[in-house]
Write a protein that binds this ligand. Structure first.
Ligand code: NAP
Ligand code: MG
Length: 475
């Protein structure tokens, strides 16, 4: 078993309080992780606060170099970090290597933007000169989920550092290794001590200690709506910026005029990472005229997917934990009770590991639990629709608003539908993964704040306006 310790102020600190991480595809223990207590979190925040005084003065070009060095270190250690990522998430090594590359891309992308953290000049009267500065916030807290830990951690840590902030990161207990590896890689790449600290530990202890620490000037949380709202309540007496990146129940709408092969490929993207993705297209709306034909396309793709115990051979990875597996089972049972039918899948394929077959459910009402709640498993629910008006209403009939997708060859229709869908991202004729260059905003209960692209630079800085009287008389 590998041992992982806390990373505070550049030091690895061992703790006797520990937690075991299990491999989701075998449930065998793979590592022992130090658990941070409240005073460890306090030390991490204090280290980050004192490092901030130096880090904020590092010029933007040098800050860019630091971020590029982190990216290079991640690439150098790609195989090793990917192995840990596979052990903690159950995803294939290939998939995990891609995650390391994406993580590196976040650091490279924001490295390139450090010199674009611009203010503006505002013309006033002849005697006045006004300009704005974008200043860093201070210590930022990052609470990270298990479903794609390295990538989701990097997407907020990279812009926070680029803007001159320091970081205390709290990875998920179920999958902390790749974030601890990121911390080590950053330290070994030369990032000054205290600029990036990692406090592995539980949400209720380490997470809450971070959230309630008054020296923390910003919080980024990615995870469930329940915990997100709880965190918002915990900070309700402090005016700090909050990024809450929460769940989704995304509609994927296929019109009869679409390229059905491409749309079916898009529909089954849900099954990558076993549906454990916030923007997964879990509600598949199919126009009546092509419903049966399209279902055939989807079923043939699902039935060609192999579920195997070896994470490098399976097309559907294991679910994160035994309890996640039984939750998915209960959802599928509830669909049958609600009058639904299982077209394919619907079973636990073997006793070992937390696998679940890729599953298609039909004929459930819109108000069934499987139609409304985030399942976070390999379960797709198909619905039939007749008109644009109807499908837009049903697609929007959810508390979430993270992502939506439309498949049609009619440009006018694509524009009409995208305008009316209540989602932060709408894709047309693709089901694309989020990338650093484009924003990933959230509507409704899917979140607040802004990650990705230049929006993140605004989030991780505050504006100072400087208004100056100028004597313009030449002497
Ligand atoms: P979660 O249970 O909400 O946990 C997320 C993180 O919060 C973990 O690190 C957890 O620690 C910590 N936490 C739990 N209770 C806490 C508390 N009281 N105070 C502070 N921190 C606390 O979410 P999850 O089950 O890991 O992740 C799945 C959810 O994330 C889904 O809803 C998914 O849609 C959402 N998600 C959203 C996005 C997005 O970009 N919008 C991306 C990915 C995932 P522990 O380790 O102790 O659990
Ligand atoms: Mg949880």
């Amino acid at each position: 078993m590998r041992e992982y310790e806390l990373l505070i102020d550049g030091e690895t600190l061992s703790r006797t309080e520990r937690e075991t991480v299990n491999d989701p595809s075998s449930n065998q223990p793979v590592s022992s992780i130090a658990l941070a207590n409240e005073s460890d979190v306090t030390s991490a925040v204090e280290a980050a606060e004192s490092a901030f005084e130096r880090w904020r003065t590092v010029d933007t070009v040098s800050r860019g170099h630091y971020l590029r060095d982190i990216a290079a270190e991640l690439r150098t250690r790609k195989t090793e970090i990917a192995q840990r990522h596979t052990e903690e998430t159950g995803r294939s090594l290939l998939d995990s290597k891609r995650s390391v590359e994406y993580a590196a891309e976040y650091f490279e992308y924001y490295a390139g933007l450090t010199h674009r953290i611009n203010g503006e000049t505002i013309p006033l009267s002849h005697e006045e000169f006004d300009y704005t500065r974008r200043e860093p916030l201070g210590v930022t807290g990052h609470i990270i989920p298990w479903n794609s830990p390295l990538l989701l951690g990097s997407r907020s840590i990279a812009p926070a550092l680029a803007c001159g902030n320091t970081v205390v990161a709290k990875p998920a207990q179920l999958a902390p290794m790749s974030i601890l590896e990121l911390g080590r890689a950053a330290r070994d790449a030369g990032l000054p001590d205290g600029v990036l600290n990692v406090v592995s530990g539980s949400g209720s202890t380490a997470g809450e200690a971070l959230v309630t620490n008054e020296k923390v000037q910003e919080l980024t949380f990615t995870g469930s709506k329940t915990v997100g709202l709880h965190i918002r309540n915990l900070v309700s007496d402090r005016l700090i910026p909050l990024n809450l990146e929460l769940g989704g129940k995304s509609p994927n709408i296929v019109f009869a005029d679409a390229d059905l092969e491409a749309a079916a490929d898009g529909a089954v993207k849900l099954f990558s990472n076993a549906g454990q993705s916030c923007y997964a297209g879990t509600r598949l709306f199919i126009e009546d005229d092509i419903y049966d034909e399209f279902i055939d396309h989807v079923v043939s793709r699902i039935e060609a997917m192999d579920v195997k115990k070896d994470p490098n051979e399976t097309e559907i990875s294991a679910l994160i934990s035994p309890s996640a597996q039984s939750e998915v089972s209960s959802y599928v049972e509830s669909a049958i009770e609600a009058g639904g039918s299982i077209t394919t899948g619907g079973r636990i394929p073997f006793g070992e590991g937390n696998f679940y077959e890729p599953t298609l459910i039909e004929n459930v009402p819109d108000d069934a639990a499987v139609s409304c709640e985030e399942i976070f498993g390999p379960v797709l629910t198909a619905f039939r629709f007749d008109s644009e008006q109807e499908v837009v209403e049903r697609a929007n009939d959810t508390e979430y608003g993270l992502y939506a997708s439309v498949w049609t060859t009619d440009l006018n229709r694509a524009n009409r539908i995208t305008e009316h869908l209540e989602a932060g991202t709408v894709t047309v004729n693709n089901y694309a993964s989020p990338i650093p260059q484009v924003p990933f905003p959230a509507y409704k209960q899917s979140g607040i704040g802004s990650e990705y692209a230049t929006a993140a630079l605004n989030h991780y800085t505050k504006i100072k306006n400087v208004r100056m009287t100028v004597d313009r008389t030449l002497r």
